[in-house]
Design a protein around this ligand. Structure first.
Ligand SMILES: NC(=O)c1ccc[n+]([C@@H]2O[C@H](COP(=O)([O-])OP(=O)(O)OC[C@H]3O[C@@H](n4cnc5c(N)ncnc54)[C@H](OP(=O)(O)O)[C@@H]3O)[C@@H](O)[C@H]2O)c1
Length: 188
């Protein structure tokens, strides 16, 4: 499957790497093109890099590996390119201050991915997953699973059943056991 990664930082880079190692076609992008190029290089030449719009156009599935607060800016920057796409949302409403992580309340009593679905718009097919592991944990557990070791569980949530079904092989390829957590209203 072709996967576009938006944000080649702490989460996007190891996640893209796990998917590339498993044989998926991955295109990294970032606000800083050099960071996207470095992420692709880390995969040993099995991945490509491009601008955010190029990564979105490339991907059958797109991963929003940018900060929770950055979603509106990304939507504006992409100018409608996400329409109809299956989008993985790993974003958590957390800000970092003085080295401590502080949870931010999601407005209107929504779950985080319900809020992000509203930001992205109704024509984006959002699947919530890969939000429950720290990047080093993700890489270690995923690599162990890919190599035939014990597989860790990876929950996923969504309101679009076909989109959820399309994302399951990516979760499995990344080395995890995909666990259906239900709809976005049930999501962590
Ligand atoms: N790190 C974790 O432990 C963890 C765990 C689970 C889930 N998550 C979630 O994963 C998401 C990414 O977290 P992270 O830790 O990987 O953050 P990060 O290391 O800061 O990476 C995010 C990257 O996205 C880039 N970016 C910002 N705006 C962009 C845009 N408009 N287009 C393209 N790229 C853009 C950033 O560039 P600049 O720095 O230049 O802005 C940065 O390189 C967050 O929503 C977070 O909640 C993180």
């Amino acid at each position: 499957m072709r996967v576009g990664i938006l944000g080649s930082g702490r989460l996007g880079t190891p996640l893209g790497r796990l998917l590339a190692v498993a044989g998926h076609e991955v295109c990294f992008s970032d606000a800083d093109p050099a960071r996207a190029a470095a992420a692709a290089a880390e995969c040993g030449g099995q991945a490509r890099h491009g601008s955010p719009v190029e990564a979105v156009r490339f991907g059958e599935v797109v991963v929003m590996a940018v900060w929770w607060e950055a979603f509106p800016a990304v939507v504006e920057q992409l100018g409608g390119a996400l329409a109809g796409k299956i989008v993985i949302d790993p974003s958590n409403p957390i800000t970092e201050r003085d080295g401590a992580a502080t949870a931010v309340a999601v407005p209107d009593g929504l779950t985080s991915p319900q809020y992000q679905q509203n930001v992205l718009g109704p024509n984006v097919r959002l699947v919530r997953t890969f939000n429950t592991k720290y990047p080093n944990e993700l890489l270690e557990l995923g690599t162990a699973g890919q190599r035939g070791g014990t597989r860790a569980d990876m929950p996923y949530w969504g309101d679009d059943d076909a989109a959820k079904k399309a994302v399951v092989p990516l979760i499995e390829a990344a080395g995890f056991t995909a666990i259906d957590g239900g709809g976005l209203s049930d999501a962590l």
